[in-house]
Design a protein around this ligand. Sequence first.
Ligand code: CTP
Ligand code: A1H0Z
Length: 395
Amino acid sequence: MESWPPGGSGPAEAGRRLRGLHGADLAASASLLSGAGAEAGCSAPAVAAVLPAGGSGERMGVPTPKQFCPILERPLISYTLQALERVSWIKDIVVAVTGENMEAMKYIIQRYQHKGISLVESGVTRHRSIFNGLKALAEDQPNCRLSKPEVVIIHDAVRPFVEEDVLFKVVTAAKEHGCSDYDLEFGTECLHLALKYCHIKAKLIEGSPDLWKVTYKRDLYAAESIIKERISQQICVVMDTKEDEEHVGHRLKEMLKNELNHVKVTSGRDLQQIILEQCYNFVCVNVMTSDFEETQKLLNMLEESNLSILYPVVVISVQFLDYESVPFGQKMGNLMQIREFAKEVKKTNILLYGLLVYYPQDEQKLQESLRQGATIIAALIKERNSGLIGQLLVA
Ligand SMILES: Nc1ccn([C@@H]2O[C@H](COP(=O)(O)OP(=O)(O)OP(=O)(O)O)[C@@H](O)[C@H]2O)c(=O)n1
Ligand SMILES: O=P(O)(O)OC[C@@H](O)[C@@H](O)[C@@H](O)CO
C-alpha cells in the first residue's frame, strides 16, 4: 500500500478530461485524467507530476535558462525534482524541456541521482509544455514506462520549495471539490482555461510563503539563502578525546549553541547515524595535536556516504594550540597539509576549513578565543564560501 496520508478520499468523477486546480499563490495545480486508477474504493489516487521547464527565463537576464542556473553549484531544477521525488505517493514525474536542453537535463538527472523522471519536449508556451507532459501520461503508448495517473500535479520547475502537505491538499482538493467563483475571480489564466475548455470551476488552496517562483536574478539569491539556512540547522562536533565538561571542545560546543540559536549542536558519538540524519556540518576538534587523523577519518566516512551529492558539506578542523609554549612555526608544516586535503575533498563537494584556536593558560584569554572560534565556525557554516577552503583561520 502506498503511503498516501490519511484523509485521501474516493474515486474521481468520471467523464471529465481535465480538471484544473490552482494553489492560492499560483504555485501548484492538479488535473484529473479520466478513468485511470479511479476504481471505487481506492482511496489513494495514482498521482503523477508534470514540470514545465521549457522557458528561456528572459526576465532573469542571463543567458542560461533560470531552471538550469546553479544554486550552491547545483541547477535550480534539481532542487525542485528533489522536493517532488521525496513525496512517496508521486509515482511519475514528467519534465518538459526544449530539445536543445534535453541532454543537459539527462545529465542533471544522472549526476544528482534523480529517480522516476521522464522527459518530453516542451512547447512554445508554458501551457503547451504542460500539454505535452499530460499527453505523455495520458497516452497508452507501447513500451511506455509511465502508468496512467488519476491526478496530475502541475508544478513550475522554478519553484524549488514545495512541501508535501501543500501537494497533498491540492491533490485531495482535486478529487473532492466543486466550484468557487472567488477562485475564478482571483486566480490566474489557468483557472480560466479550466473553465473555458472543461467547464470546471477550480478550488484555491492556501500555499506556503516559500512557494514563490524564481523569476528575477534576486530570486536566485533568495533561494540560495533559504537553502543555506535549511542545511545549517544541525552541527555535529566530533571530539578527539572523551567529552567531559572541562574539555575545551565541550566548551566550544556550548559557545556554538549560544552563537547559533535554534541550531541543533550534537556530539559525533554515532557518526553513521548523524550522517544518515543528513547533518551537513561537522566540527572536528583536536587538542594540542597538529595532525589531521581524526579529520581524515571523518572525511573518509563522508565520502563513502555520498551525503554531499546534493548539498555541500562543511567540515571545520579545529586545532587548539598554545602558541606560547609550542613554537607556532614548528606546527605550521603539518597544518599546511590542509590545503591539499581541501582541494581533494572539494571534488566531492566537501568544503574543508582549518581553524586554529589559541589555548592559553589564562582563563579569560581562553574564554575570548573560544568565543571568537565559535563566531568563525558559525560564519563558515552559514556562508559555505568555497573560496575559503583550505585556509587556516585563527581565533
Ligand atoms: N514555453 C515555455 C515557457 C515556460 N515554461 C516553464 O514555465 C514555468 C514558469 O514560467 P516563467 O516563470 O514565465 O518562465 P520563463 O518563461 O522561462 O520566464 P520569462 O517569462 O522571464 O522568460 C518555468 O518553469 C518555465 O520553464 C515552459 O515549460 N515552456
Ligand atoms: O509570467 P508570470 O511570472 O507572471 O506567471 C507565470 C505563471 O503564470 C505560472 O508560473 C503559473 O504558476 C501560473 O499559472
